[in-house]
Ligand binder design. Structure first.
Ligand code: PLP
Length: 422
C-alpha cells in the first residue's frame, strides 16, 4: 500500500517502527561508501597484465614509442577506439589518461580561440550558455561553472534528452553554444540516447553557427547484461544533416583498464580534429605512447576490449542486482521512491519523495553510509525537487553493497514518513 495515502494514526505508528529500525542500523556502526563511480580493486586486477607491457619499443610503423612525437596517438590505438565507437580511425585522436581533460581543453579553447566555424572566440560573447540534460554528470557541470558558462537544464528521458526542450533553447538564442550528452548508459540515469533522438539533435537548427554537442561516450562498452547496446552514430548523423562539426566525441579506457592510467580519445570531423591538434601542439609534443602501446598489446583489437568488458560485467552485475534487490525488498509499492534499472554504466539513479533527498543523505551519513550529496547531479548542485540521489555500487564489495543498500532503503522510508507525518 502506498504510504502517501496512509491516515495520520497509521503514519505515526509506522514512524515509531522506522525509528527503531534506524536505531538498529546506527547501532551497527557501519563505515560504507557509495559515493564515487570507481572500479573496485578486483576490476583493476583484471588489467594487471598491463604492468608487464609493452614488450616492444616500437609501434607498427617502426616509431620508437619512448620518444617524443605523434600528437594524434598511435594508429593501432586509434583503430581500436574507432571500432568501439563506430567511427573512422582517421577521425580519432588518442591522448593521455583522461577524457575529462580533453573535454576541458575543448571548452577552454573554444572560449579562448573559438572553433573552426566560430565568428569569434566564445569568451568575446556577452554570455555563453550550455544545455545540460539533468540529472547528469557532476564534473560536466562544475567544469562549466568554473569557466563562467551558464547552464540551462532539460530533462533526460529514457531515450535521451528532451528534444523539444533542447530545440526551443537553441533555435533563437545564439548565446547557447553547446550541450553535454552522455549518450550511452548515461551518468547517472543509465539512459541510452536513441538514434531518432540523436538524429534530431544533430539536424536541429541552432542560432549559434558553431554549436557543439560534447558527446561523452564514457560508458560506450560498459554493458551490465548480455545486451551490448550500440551507440547512435553521432558523427555520421551530423555529417548527413549538414552539421559535421557539431559533435565532439570523447571516451577513455578509465573504466576498462586503470581509472588513473588508461588512454583517452576524442573523435570528430576533420575540421575539428585539425583544430584540436593545432591548439594541442602548443601544449604538448606527444602523448604517452608507451601506455598506448601497452594497451594495444594487452587487447590486440577491439574484440579484446569487448571480451575484457565481459569480465568486468561478471564482477559488477551482482552488485547492481543487490541494489535492485535491497530497494525492491523495502520500497516496492510504497509510492515514495523510483529508481533506474540500468543495463550498463556505473550508476543507479534513485528518486525519493520530493523534498527528502537531503534528509536521506543526512540519515545515511549518521548511520555510517556515505552517499553522493543530494543535488550533485544538477548544475550548481541545485535539484529543484530535492529528490535525486546517485548510487555508485562498483567500488565496495558485494557484501558491503548489500548492507549499505538495505540501510539506504531504511533511510528513504524514514525520511518519507517523517515528511508525510509532519
Ligand atoms: N565522463 C563521464 C560521464 C564519467 O562518468 C566519467 C567518470 O566518472 C568521466 C567522463 C571521466 O573520464 P576520464 O577518466 O576519462 O577523465
Amino acid at each position: 500500500t502506498s504510504l502517501t495515502t496512509l491516515p495520520a494514526d497509521q503514519l505515526a505508528e509506522r514512524l515509531t517502527a522506522l525509528r527503531a529500525d534506524y536505531e538498529d542500523l546506527r547501532a551497527k556502526s557501519l563505515k560504507l561508501d557509495l559515493t564515487r563511480g570507481k572500479p573496485g580493486a578486483d576490476q583493476l586486477d583484471l588489467s594487471e597484465g598491463l604492468l608487464g607491457l609493452p614488450t616492444s619499443h616500437k609501434d607498427r610503423s617502426g616509431t620508437d614509442v619512448r620518444n617524443y612525437g605523434g600528437l594524434e596517438g598511435l594508429a593501432e590505438m586509434r583503430e581500436i577506439f574507432a571500432d568501439l565507437l563506430g567511427v573512422d580511425a582517421g577521425d580519432v585522436i588518442a591522448g593521455g589518461n583522461s577524457s575529462l581533460t580533453m573535454m576541458y581543453q575543448v571548452v577552454t579553447w573554444l572560449l579562448s580561440h573559438g572553433g573552426p566555424d566560430s565568428p569569434r572566440p566564445w569568451s568575446q560573447e556577452e554570455t555563453v550558455k550550455f544545455v545540460c540534460p539533468v540529472p547528469g554528470y557532476d564534473r560536466h557541470f562544475t567544469m562549466l561553472a568554473e569557466l563562467g558558462i551558464e547552464m540551462v537544464t532539460v530533462p533526460m528521458h529514457e531515450d535521451g534528452p528532451d528534444v523539444a526542450a533542447v530545440r526551443a533553447l537553441v533555435a533563437d538564442d545564439a548565446q547557447v553554444k553547446g550541450m553535454w550528452l552522455v549518450p550511452t548508459y548515461a551518468n547517472p540515469t543509465g539512459a541510452v540516447t536513441s538514434t531518432e533522438v540523436a538524429a534530431e539533435l544533430m539536424a536541429m537548427p541552432t542560432a549559434a553557427p558553431d554549436f557543439r554537442i560534447l558527446w561523452d561516450n564514457a560508458y560506450a562498452v560498459h554493458h551490465l547484461t548480455d545486451v551490448e547496446t550500440k551507440s547512435a552514430d553521432a558523427l555520421g548523423l551530423a555529417s548527413a544533416s549538414g552539421h559535421p562539426n557539431r559533435p565532439i566525441m570523447f571516451a577513455s579506457t578509465s573504466k576498462i583498464t586503470f581509472a588513473g592510467a588508461g588512454v583517452a580519445a576524442l573523435a570528430a570531423s576533420t575540421d575539428n580534429t585539425a583544430w584540436y591538434l593545432k591548439r594541442l601542439s602548443y601544449a604538448a609534443i606527444g602523448p604517452d605512447k608507451v601506455n598506448q602501446l601497452r594497451h594495444v598489446e594487452f587487447f590486440g583489437d577491439a574484440d579484446g576490449v569487448r571480451a575484457h568488458m565481459r569480465k568486468h560485467r561478471d564482477l559488477i552485475a551482482p552488485k547492481f542486482s543487490a541494489v535492485q534487490d535491497a530497494l525492491g525488498a523495502r520500497l516496492d509499492g510504497l509510492g515514495i521512491a523510483t529508481w533506474s534499472k540500468p543495463i550498463g554504466g556505473y550508476f543507479v539513479d534513485l528518486n525519493v519523495l520530493d523534498g527528502t533527498a537531503s534528509r536521506v543523505v543526512q540519515l545515511a551519513k549518521e548511520a555510517g553510509i556515505a552517499l553522493t550529496p543530494a543535488g550533485s547531479a544538477f548544475p550548481h548542485s541545485n535539484d529543484p525537487d530535492d529528490r535525486n540521489i546517485r548510487l555508485a555500487p562498483t567500488f565496495p564489495s558485494l557484501g558491503e553493497v548489500e548492507t549499505a543498500m538495505a540501510g539506504v532503503a531504511v533511510c528513504v522510508e524514514l525520511a518519507a514518513v517523517e515528511s508525510l507525518a509532519a
